[in-house]
Design a protein around this ligand. Structure first.
Ligand code: ADA
Length: 519
């Protein structure tokens, strides 16, 4: 049962105040995106009733920044894991029940969000709310062991005594239940960005989509099904002036289609876990994804704060478990631009890498460093990733881009190297050719893309960024962010293309390497 729709709504400045449900709000929706509560800090209370009974699971696909669920007046879940699903299993007596979801967007006191983060922390329910019987199969995790023969490893969490298994609507086989087992996919076809073929496995009525592909690093190369990848892509925030983080699915689909059609093959989901719809769409389109845990520019003080460390570890674990079966997901990331030149960073990064490798031994792990020359953590991860802004946050012009990134390539260890951020702001309609103009942004982007395409030391680039995205409004830093947006989008916040977007599409569409993968 999908519970989306019109819910009763109340706003309070703190969780202690009693909500008065005098208004209505859309679910999904962000209360602070537009209108009455823009951009207020406090609690958005969403209330409705439903009629159902038995053992039920409530699932909120994505919400933030802190989500508290009350059922029939009782607090049942309290989660700081913004952008991740919140779930509650409960037993309901026959009759009508009251459901309240409180979303708190206050930054003070949040264990992971900080006020210096260069993106807006929206309050609200970003994704669907669903109610279903607790599934007999609690979770299924599928790993590709051999992409050519179709051998997979399946891990199932369930108390069932036997499993009935059906691949791709084929014939059903019944086997005794096991926690982990190997199977061979009949008529196996690999998943690649060019031909993103998906298989399905149905276990006791639960269907899981997956793709046959391996991903690993070897020296400076990143290999998908043993073929070296060159990633040309873009960072994307889940953000829109009118919907906040509750970006409608049709708009997510249109963003991703445009990215695919431009010739890009890669998206860095900056800087938090991605919605299931986003990853599923990338599975279908053959777009490769870097997903990362919520964090940004964290200081050594954060990195050694016990609450921050433990919450980030729990958050990372949930993220890895939630996204496990998506073949498009190829890199797990965390701690964007932390103080990775400190011992505090080494301890936390080491802990997160170990945790991820235990949960998912296959996918490479990385974090984006904005201090490649003094970073002391590159040895801990599989891919060196650098966020650098030559010709934007430094004096030189576009001719400094190539020498500067050459310099980093010479310095970092012998591992795949991705320029995870690089770019310039541009205001639509400024054609002066100076900084902030569409021309300057396009020229800088072109210098970067041509360099990464032709220099084998680079495994890839994710340009900063797809669309202008909402960011902080009330700090001194906001003076650098006209109208409260980070304006480095290649399209603006309403997805209107700037020169750089058209130029990028032209470059990639004229690249014979790329032409075949856009089909
Ligand atoms: C950083 C950061 C981004 C964004 C960017 C910028 O690299 O990771 O989130 O803030 O800088 O626009 O300056």
């Amino acid at each position: 049962m999908r519970l989306d729709g019109i819910w009763q709504f109340a706003f309070t400045t703190s969780p202690e105040e009693t909500p008065k449900y005098e208004s209505f709000a859309s679910v999904p929706g962000c209360f602070d995106a537009e209108g009455l509560y823009f951009p207020r800090q406090g609690c958005g209370w969403y209330r409705r009733t439903f009629e159902a009974s038995g053992k039920l699971r409530l699932k909120i696909g994505s919400s933030g920044l802190r989500t508290t669920v009350f059922l029939d007046g009782q607090e049942r879940v309290d989660s700081p894991h913004a952008w991740l699903p919140t779930e509650l299993d409960f037993e309901a007596k026959p009759g009508r029940h009251e459901l309240v979801i409180r979303t708190d967007n206050r930054i003070a006191g949040h264990p992971l969000f900080r006020k210096n983060y260069d993106f807006y922390g929206f309050g609200g329910i970003y994704d669907h709310v669903d109610l279903e019987p607790v599934p007999e199969i609690r979770s299924v995790k599928i790993r590709t062991l051999d992409w050519q023969t179709g051998e997979i490893e399946v891990a199932v969490d369930s108390d069932a005594k036997q499993f009935s298994l059906t691949f791709d609507h084929g014939k059903t086989e019944t086997v005794p239940a096991r926690k982990i087992f190997r199977l061979t996919v009949p008529s196996a076809r690999p998943w690649t960005p060019e031909n993103p073929h998906l298989h399905t496995l149905k276990i006791n009525g639960r269907t899981v989509e997956f793709g046959l592909r391996t991903i690993r690093t070897e020296g400076r190369r990143l290999l998908l099904n043993d073929q070296a990848l060159k990633l040309i892509g873009i960072n994307r925030h889940e953000s829109h002036p009118e919907f906040g983080a509750a970006v409608p699915e049709a708009l997510i689909a249109s963003d991703l289609l445009r990215i695919k059609q431009s010739g890009c093959n890669f998206i860095r989901g900056s800087h938090y876990p991605q919605r299931d719809y986003m990853l599923s769409m990338c599975d279908h389109l053959g777009l490769l994804v870097w997903e990362e845990a919520l964090s940004w520019g964290n200081s050594a003080e954060d990195l050694s704060d016990q609450v921050f460390m433990d919450t980030l570890a729990e958050h990372t674990e949930k993220m890895v478990e939630t996204s496990f079966n998506h073949p498009s997901l190829i890199i797990h990331g965390f701690l964007n631009e932390c103080q990775s030149n400190t011992e505090e960073a080494r301890v936390l990064i080491g802990r997160l890498v170990e945790l991820i490798r235990k949960l998912d031994p296959d996918r490479p792990v990385s974090f984006a460093s904005n201090r490649p020359m003094k970073d002391i953590c590159f040895d801990l991860i599989d891919i060196c990733s650098i966020n650098v802004y030559p010709a934007w946050y430094s004096e030189g012009g576009i001719d400094t881009v190539e020498p500067e990134i050459n310099h980093y390539a010479e310095h970092v260890p012998e591992k795949p190297l991705i320029v995870t951020e690089i770019g310039a702001s541009a205001i639509c309609g400024d054609h002066s050719g100076n900084r902030w103009s569409e021309e300057y942004q396009a020229d800088l982007m072109e210098a970067v893309v041509r360099k990464v395409q032709t220099d084998p030391r680079f495994t890839g680039v994710s340009l900063w960024q797809f669309a202008n995205a909402n960011t902080f409004l009330n700090s001194i830093d906001a003076l650098n962010r006209p109208c409260g947006y980070n304006n480095k989008g290649l399209v603006d916040q309403y997805r209107r293309p700037k020169f750089a977007w058209r130029r990028l599409s032209e470059i990639l569409q004229n690249d014979p390497q790329n032409r075949k993968s856009r089909k």
